[in-house]
Design a binder for this molecule. Structure first.
Ligand code: S3P
Length: 438
């Protein structure tokens, strides 16, 4: 991707207002994939219309489903209960979740599909997914480098496996479970620590039987092959990972009070909110209710004097996408915030430990980088820097939020990837009183 755009976040006055969280990215991907695999009609409301999700929608339509936008956030998917070979290569853009889940879905059908993505996706490891899928019987033909897209997936007759994950990854678990739908026998995935359970919940909503057995801090998920999926209605809750940005801005800009409505409160996604509360954040949750099989609520954040904490390593999976914005808020806290056991951050849309360390340091923040974590020491945040984002939406948004409370403006390079997960981010933030200029 070529671009010359820069966003600049300037020190802002109090942020005030009530906004709605955009639809959850994880659930949006899954709703299109499940809808396309199922037989019959799936109606989705609240779909996140970010670039990543639109790429998954195009992928499902090239695999034989009918995918149609009815209105803002309202989509209809008609599946045939099977997939067909696409005519062209499937471009998943920036989306790790999209490509990994789609590879699992394709593996169970006698078809061939070639997957590719953007410059960031081409750097991300794929063997964590293709390894177990190959054990089940799928074949992979790497087009450039082993372990990286582009890769052709040759699906077919699969057999069930018993798979134990070394790191808690919902993407790996989900790819295996999607393939397991068409495998002979019962597939078991053991997670020593729990990762987000949206796939398990959606399998149930689409009519499959999933068995979940708690074991210590983790669980074993079992799925018998040969179960058909039936189209259903999906209501996508607000994304806690996106809600985190306006809430973070309220915590660090003096005098602010911001409410984000309709945020999903699945405990496997809310580790950041627990951590902020431990840091002394004035965060309240009201109007708890259930929507689309998930608990949701309205979260209000007020400006708070934060203090540093040691984030429990066991919490990593429940906030893995939130460490960049946590690090940005930790820059304004008193003392050190210690974030460890998060080596996975290095293989996200970018090496997020390296990029947050570099960006925060450029803004005058003290950061100690470790192989599997980093430590941020709070203090005056000078800003006045231009930050590299390596096409990573969360690195871009985290530094823009930081810039709102820094002493001098922060410029962010290549910010257009924000549209992958949070289209309308700048408009929403500026509507609350932020000063983000293009
Ligand atoms: C996701 C799982 C997480 C997360 C990603 C979305 C999902 O990745 O970082 O943004 O929807 O399953 P891993 O499963 O690789 O940890």
């Amino acid at each position: 991707m070529t671009t010359s755009q820069t966003f600049i976040a300037s020190p802002s006055g109090p942020l005030q207002g009530v906004v709605k969280a955009p639809g959850d990215k994880s659930i949006s991907h899954r709703s299109l994939i499940f809808g396309g695999l199922a037989e019959g009609v799936t109606e989705i409301d609240g779909l996140l219309e970010g670039e990543d999700i639109l790429a998954t929608g195009r992928a499902m339509s090239s695999l034989g489903a009918t995918v149609e936008k009815l209105d803002q956030g309202r989509w209809k998917v008609i599946g045939k209960g099977r997939l067909q070979s696409p005519q062209d290569l499937i471009d998943c853009g920036n989306a790790g979740t999209g490509v990994r889940l789609l590879m699992g879905a394709v593996a169970g059908y006698p078809i061939t599909a070639t997957f590719d993505g953007d410059v960031s996706l081409r750097k991300r490891p794929m063997k964590r997914v293709t390894g177990p899928l190959a054990q089940m019987g799928a074949r992979f033909d790497w087009k450039a480098d082993e372990d990286r897209v582009p890769v052709a997936v040759n699906g077919g007759e699969l057999v069930a496996i018993d798979y134990t994950q070394s790191v808690a990854s919902a993407q790996v678990k989900s790819a295996i479970l999607l393939a397991a739908l068409n495998a002979q026998g019962t597939t078991r995935v053991t997670e020593p620590e729990k990762s987000r359970d949206h796939t398990e919940r959606m399998l149930t909503a689409f009519g499959a039987k999933v068995d979940v057995q708690e074991v210590g801090e983790g669980w074993i998920i079992s799925l018998e092959g040969g179960q058909p999926l039936r189209g259903t209605k999906v209501s996508v809750p607000g994304d806690p990972s996106s809600a985190a940005f306006p809430l973070a801005a309220a915590l660090i800009v003096p005098g602010s009070e911001v409410t984000v409505e309709g945020v999903m409160l699945n405990p496997l996604r809310t580790g950041l909110f627990d951590t902020w509360i431990e840091m002394g954040a004035d965060l309240t949750i009201s109007n708890r209710r259930t929507s689309g099989g998930e608990e949701i609520g309205d979260i209000t954040a007020r400006y708070s004097k934060l203090k540093g904490v040691v984030v429990p390593e066991m919490r990593a999976a429940a906030m893995i996408d939130e460490y960049p914005i946590l690090a940005a808020t930790a820059a304004f806290a008193e003392g050190q915030t210690v974030m460890r056991g998060i080596g996975e951050m290095r293989v996200k849309e970018s090496d997020r430990i390296a990029l947050m360390t570099a960006g925060l340091k450029a803004c005058g923040v003290e950061v100690e980088e470790e192989p599997e974590g980093f430590i941020v020491t709070g203090g005056p945040v000078k800003g006045g820097a231009t930050v590299e984002t390596a096409h990573d939406h969360r690195i871009a948004m985290s530094h823009l939020v930081l810039g709102l409370a820094a002493e001098a403006p922060v410029s962010v390079l290549d910010p257009e990837m924000i549209a992958t997960s949070f289209p309308g981010f700048v408009t929403l933030m500026n509507g609350l009183g932020a000063k983000i200029g293009v």
